[in-house]
Design a protein around this ligand. Structure first.
Ligand SMILES: [Zn+2]
Ligand SMILES: [Zn+2]
Length: 328
């Protein structure tokens, strides 16, 4: 197999060649055809997230085909297309697992963080956490569905059904998918980007936002809710300022810079501030069923597997419109 591997945070990924993995009991062997590059990968590579398994193969937006079945796996066929997401294992015993919130499991394993991921041409995964993908799309366009789509969808579901006007802060891979879902649900999207980022603002309007502007500006209308995808803590008070009484602000990223102090007045009026952590398998089933009906179109930029460092740098510097996808 070929893989781009992280030896330790802060240094570039290295190309590694080694024998193919063998699927253990309950696992599938998956020949990878595409793997999306998520901002969380950047946080792993840069050392923003604690205690990754090292060395680690990053990547948790994996699309590929089943190339081998471990003992006891009978619900996949050889050659079947599957997706492998961020949630790679759960304990199945803790109170969260038992109450339908496995995304909060006390002992989870995350793909590309504790479990080797998709910056490779082949991988093994726990079959219980893989999903068949039958939607008629090219593999590379499906890759961003596996995290940007799933976590974005979970974030959108947290704003409540009655929220018609939604602000989205940070317009990248997740935002461009969420905007399409929100439009499908007859909601209005107001997109906020880094001040002066006209390219991102035009992209947002193209994806169906009814307004796009700088994140330091107030929206033209009072919002019912806001979702923050950019890892920038100062956007929290800005978003709270933009939502109405009783409105919801959802932080959709796994990592954020510190949130500055702000007057209690911004929380007053029963405004809710919450985060979204990880995903459940039910989120994945729901989103994979919904996405082709929208139908979601993903804007991608393809990179060769060996160019993973270039893809990460493009994401870091904001030089991407849409989502980077590695092709082995
Ligand atoms: Zn658990
Ligand atoms: Zn992700």
């Amino acid at each position: 197999m070929r893989a781009m591997i992280l030896e330790k945070p802060g240094v570039p990924l290295q190309l590694l060649k080694k024998p193919d993995p063998i699927p253990g009991p309950g696992q599938v062997l998956v020949k990878i055809s595409a793997c999306g590059v998520c901002r969380t990968d950047l946080h792993v590579v840069d050392g923003d997230l604690p205690e990754p398994k090292l060395p680690i193969i990053p990547g948790h937006e994996i699309v590929g085909r089943v190339a081998g079945l471990g003992e006891g796996v009978d619900h996949f066929k050889l050659g079947e297309r599957v997706g492998i997401p961020w949630l790679g294992s759960t304990c199945g015993r803790c109170s969260y697992c038992k109450s339908g919130t496995e995304n909060l499991c006390d002992e989870p394993g995350f793909t590309g963080y504790q479990i080797d991921g998709g910056y490779a041409d082949i991988t093994v995964a726990d079959a219980r956490f893989c999903f068949p993908i039958s939607a008629d799309y090219p593999d590379a366009e499906l890759a961003p569905w596996l995290c940007a789509g799933l976590i974005g969808y979970r974030s959108l579901s947290m704003v409540g059904k009655k929220s018609g006007r939604i602000g989205i802060y940070g317009f990248g891979a997740a935002a461009h998918i969420v905007t399409q879902v929100a439009r499908y649900q007859n909601r209005e999207v107001y997109a906020f980007t880094s001040p002066g980022d006209r390219a991102a603002q035009e992209f947002a309007l193209e994806m169906g936002a009814i307004w796009a502007g700088d994140s330091d500006r107030a929206p033209p209308d009072e919002l019912d809710a806001a979702i923050i995808f950019a890892p920038v803590g100062s956007l929290v008070p800005a978003a709270l300022r933009s939502v109405r009484k009783g409105g919801v602000v959802v932080c959709g990223g796994i990592h954020m810079s510190d949130i500055p102090g702000f007057p209690y007045q911004l929380r007053w009026g029963e405004r809710v501030l919450r985060s979204v952590a990880n995903l459940t398998r039910q989120d994945a089933k729901d989103f994979l069923e919904l996405a082709p009906r929208v139908p979601i179109r993903t804007r991608i930029e393809e990179f060769a597997l060996e160019d993973a460092n270039l893809a990460l740098e493009a994401l870091r510097s904001g030089n991407l419109t849409g989502a980077a996808v590695l092709i082995p």
